[in-house]
Design a protein around this ligand. Sequence first.
Ligand code: ATP
Ligand code: MG
Length: 245
Amino acid sequence: MPNDPYLDASVAWRIKSGNLEMREAGYRSTEEAILSSGLATEVVGLISAGKEADVYLTGYKGAPLAVKVYRLYRTSHRGGGPIKLDSTGWLAAREFEMARQAWKGGVKVPPPARRVENMFSMRYLGDESGPAPRLKDVEPEEPRVMMAMVLEGVRCLARAGVVHADLSAYNILVHGSQPWFIDFSEAIRVDRTGDAPWRRLHEASEALRSGLNSLNGYFGRYGLEIDVEDTVSDIVRSLDRFGVL
Ligand SMILES: Nc1ncnc2c1ncn2[C@@H]1O[C@H](COP(=O)(O)OP(=O)(O)OP(=O)(O)O)[C@@H](O)[C@H]1O
Ligand SMILES: [Mg+2]
């Protein structure tokens, strides 16, 4: 359908972005996968090409929607051909569930909509001019207020039973002057059995410590510093319902 208006737009976009050749499955076949899954009715373009997944701006019956697509292949570090990953459906399901858990707990995350195989859709944060910027690229008018909102978000996540294990100014988008948490690919559930509680809490405190240290790298620009040890022990204590630590 060469005259379809959205294809024209996407072709124009692809020429502009110039990074299409790197696409593993090919932009066109991912576009087909998104459309045939029913997650979206239109694919507008690529927002981000990450290590394990790509994020697309799509439309569902006229409303914008972000779709995250986990890669099916990973390049072998030892040379040779790409390795097919069997687990990408599982990775997408896991991230989708973590984001849902956070969203149900009232945390500012783009509400996840649906998951199909290695893809899931969620609210698009941004406007016609582009996606919401990452915290890393933003200079807040009131850095202290931004830091307080981010910390409240981290606490709210913990109350929802989730510790974001890849917290940094890269995985927070600033939308409507507020911080929104994204990328729950490595998140840890801290509210239910599975692993022994002490092991989960230990893992959670390590993850929190490293995430807060990384945020300090950003807030340090403004002469601000999160008290990492205090915050970690406070949150972990609140999670340690059985007193195992
Ligand atoms: N809901 C959304 N609305 C708008 N933009 C989004 C949304 N979700 C993700 N993005 C954009 O896509 C980028 C990558 O998303 P995410 O961090 O979830 O993927 P990733 O695979 O971890 O990428 P990387 O490997 O680079 O860390 C974000 O930095 C952001 O710019
Ligand atoms: Mg990320």
